[in-house]
Design a protein around this ligand. Structure first.
Ligand SMILES: Cc1ncc(COP(=O)(O)O)c(C=O)c1O
Length: 376
């Protein structure tokens, strides 16, 4: 009997040089949350992003959002606006600081934060005498949000934007890299991302000074003194030099990874794009998505589930789109500005296997099953 191998949604894909850099860390005994791999990994991302951006490598993207909020002065009882259609890690750090998330729904063109609802949320805040302290906007699945429209509103009301680019390394908006388009950017190198350090993240700053502040907070906020002196509460959020070795190897192949993921999307679309029951998310002309995950909308929840469960029976992992934060029990008391868009996307959306290490035969297996289910 031929057993078919499992197809994962998005699995790590090593480039080849990662172990050499990890070995270097061992050989030089830099087994610490600092060292040459950390510096070189940061430099490789800075070179890749260009635009004089400065990168602080951290232990997670969630930690990066936490630091970004803190750097923007968010404290207890502040309001922070956050895209509702996202992974919980975009919103959780707001609560670490005792601040209140206010959720804003998505628009249809990019599935990201709606400029119309964003402005409504800000105006309501001002009417109630409370200006939101920050906006967290997300390039979900690698698709850039409406950057110009969001930045215009943010500058009109003078509110900083945290650009959650956890899923969008390699994506661009008007040829400018995601993570360098807001006030502070963040990246994730979690195991399922386009490149990985097994777990890790980064804060992307527009100045060396801000990067230094982030590193200061990420290393227990140690003041300049021969002993341990602290005048600020700090965190232990710096990236390990061992893991940064993996990141160095991964950055050598980032462009291949973007090309493969975009190739997956194009292939799915070429085979399934004409089917009336399915919809694909096209790229607006300003956007180049890294297509971290290839997503489809199915005409009904029932059919979406049928496809997902049939894939599962065949040992193929797929996943419903993110459940919006305003529907999460943990955020049920938070304010929400919604027009139903993200609820509809959640009901009908499915992320298809999207790893850069998938072969054409793997994609064909997925496509064949979807076609079979829809023909029933
Ligand atoms: C949109 C989004 N924001 C934030 C994060 C948090 O990143 P990390 O897992 O590195 O903490 C993730 C991924 O996990 C994510 O998908």
């Amino acid at each position: 009997m031929i057993t078919k191998t499992k197809i994962w949604l998005s699995s790590p894909h090593m480039g080849g040089n990662e172990q050499n850099y990890v070995q270097e860390a061992f050989d030089t005994n830099w087994i610490a949350p600092l060292g040459p791999n950390v510096n070189a990994f940061e430099k490789s991302i800075e070179d890749y992003l260009g635009n004089s951006l400065k990168v602080a490598a951290l232990s997670s993207g969630t930690g990066a959002i936490h630091l970004a909020l803190e750097l923007l002065g968010v404290t207890k009882e502040d309001d922070v606006i956050c895209q509702s259609f996202t992974f919980s890690a975009s919103a959780n750090p707001i609560t670490y600081l005792g601040a209140n998330p206010i959720f804003v729904d998505s628009e249809r063109d990019t599935w990201n934060i709606s400029p119309i609802l964003l402005e409504k949320a800000i105006k309501d805040g001002l009417l109630n005498g409370k200006k939101p302290k920050a906006i967290i906007a997300v390039h979900l699945y690698g698709m850039p949000y409406k950057v110009d429209a969001i930045n215009e509103i943010a500058s009109k009301y003078d509110i900083p934007v945290i650009e959650d680019s956890a899923e969008a390394l390699g994506s661009t908006y008007k040829n400018r890299p995601c993570s360098g388009l807001g006030t502070i950017g963040i990246l994730s190198f979690n195991g399922n991302k386009i490149i990985t350090t097994s777990g890790g993240g980064a804060l992307v700053a527009k100045s060396e000074e801000l990067k230094k502040k982030a590193v200061f907070l990420a290393t227990q906020a140690r003041d300049n003194a021969p002993h341990y002196e602290h005048s600020h509460i700090g965190y232990n959020y710096r990236m390990s030099n061992v893991l940064a070795g993996i990141g160095r190897g991964q950055m050598e192949v980032i462009e291949d990874r973007v090309a493969s993921r975009r190739g997956n999307y194009d292939y799915y679309k070429s085979k399934l794009g004409q089917i009336p029951e399915l919809e694909f998310l096209n790229e607006p002309k300003e956007n180049r998505s890294n297509r971290w995950l290839s997503c489809i909308l199915v005409h009904s929840y029932e059919m979406r589930e049928k496809i997902r469960l049939t894939l599962l029976d065949e040992d193929i992992e797929s996943r419903p789109l993110w459940k919006p934060m305003h529907l999460q029990p943990v955020f049920k008391n938070c304010k929400i500005y919604t027009d139903g868009t993200s609820e509809d996307l959640f009901q009908r959306g499915l992320c298809l296997p999207s790893g850069s290490n998938l072969q054409k035969e793997d994609l064909d297996r997925v496509i064949e099953i979807i076609l079979k289910v829809l023909a029933l």
